[in-house]
Each structure stands twice: as structure tokens, then as C-alpha cells.
Write a protein that binds this ligand. Sequence first.
Ligand code: ADP
Length: 250
Amino acid sequence: MEGIKLIRDDGLRIDGRKPDELRPLKIEANVLHRADGSAYVEWGQNKVLAAVYGPRETHPRYAQRMDRGNVQCRYNMAPFSVVDRRRPGPDRRSIEISKVTAEAFERAVLTEKFPRATVDIYIEVLEANAGTRCAGITAASVALADAGVPMRDLVAACAAGKVDGQVVVDIGKDEDNFGQADLPMAIMPRTGEILLLQMDGHLTAEELEKAMDMAMDACKRIGTVQREALTKRYSVKSNGTGPDGGGNDG
Ligand code: ADP
């Protein structure tokens, strides 16, 4: 399909980024005081909030697992998060993203530590501009750590893709619309274990390898920003200058 020019004559991308450059990323932990854990992520023009509850007893009881707990996720896009008002409520896409996100965290969370209980993750996309599943996973991971949910490692997510024949990371909206491939990936930065890998479009085997390497490297950088957000949250708490020193009010 004929699209717009995504790599400029100076070799930079349509928004001026280098191939391996992320959009600006800001993460804040512990932003909601009713939830057990929370995080807010601004990533380019994406704005995403994640809230975590639990572990708390699984209802209904037949869904309880005796040897381990459950991880549930609801990803939701606000009606005002996209250019045309989105019809509220779940759609096929948000059901799919909720499912793959829960599956990613099922592997990262130490569910064996809380049998018969469930951790609920809520991801609310306030503004969307491509990459919201990755922003949601990145936020949810910080919210889980903020809630004190035991995990093997943080989970960081970022998409790679192909635009004008070139492999790049952190696909923006125009790149998503007019590019040739989009490959969101979530990993545990410490081990590099892949928890989510999806792909739209076309890549050669070589390009796929390069895209995965670049996404992996980007996720490791994102992991550093996540750890900084958590360090900041706990240093605020120990100074006694935080809002209330924690979200777990009962
Ligand atoms: P992701 O947000 O993880 O990249 P997609 O590739 O499915 O997921 O979507 C890309 C972008 O398309 C979203 O970030 C959002 O900006 C836009 N988008 C998704 N769903 C809708 C919708 N129902 N209406 C308008 N725009 C949407």
C-alpha cells in the first residue's frame, strides 16, 4: 500500500527520532490511593494509568486454584482516548489485549506465593497514540511492584517495526498506520525472557531477528526507567514527604 514517507532524507524518522530512539517516557508510581498499587505512564502521546488490587481471595470459589493464585487483567480505552470518540465498553481488541497482558504477568508474578487468591490489574488508556498495550504492560508492572506483589522481575514492553524498509523501535502512530510491520514485545529485563510477542505485517527472518534485538534492548532501557520510578516512590515514602506513604488502606 502506498503511504507517506516515514524516513526523511536526513535518515531520521518522521518525528525526528533515530531508529533505536524511544519516544519520551515518564513513569510515576503510587498515584492512586484506593488501589493497592498504581502507576501512571506518559510515553510519547500515550497516557496510561494502571491500578492493581490484591492478592485477595478468588471469587467465585470454583475459580480458586489450590497450588497457586490467578492474575486477571482488564485493559480499557477511554471514549476520549482516540481522535473520534470511542464507543465505551469492551471490544474484540481490548479483550485480546487484556488476555495477552494477563498471560504475560501470569509468568512473571510468583502466583505460587498466593494460592486461592487473585491479583487484578486494571489498565486505563486515557490517551492513545500507538503502543498502548506496551505502555499498559509497562505501567502495570510498576503498579504490581508498588502493590508489593511478588514477581520474578519487572516486565517491560516495547514494539519494534519496519518503516520504509528500515527496522525501528517504539512505533509511533503514523509508523503504525503506514509502516510495514509492528512487533510488540514484553520481556523480563533481567533474564531477557519473552512474555509477549505479537506481529502484524511482513518481516524477513533477518529483519525479525533485528527487530527482536532492538525491542529487547529498548525494553532493558525501559526497565531502568521503571526501577527509577519505584526508587523514587520508596524514597518519598521513607522521607515522610509522600501523600500517605502507601496505597494499601485496607
Ligand atoms: P497498540 O495501542 O498496542 O499499538 P493497536 O496496534 O491495536 O494497539 O492500535 C494502535 C493505535 O490505534 C492505538 O494506540 C490507538 O492510537 C489507535 N486505536 C486503537 N483502537 C482504536 C479505536 N477503537 N478507535 C480509534 N483509534 C484506535
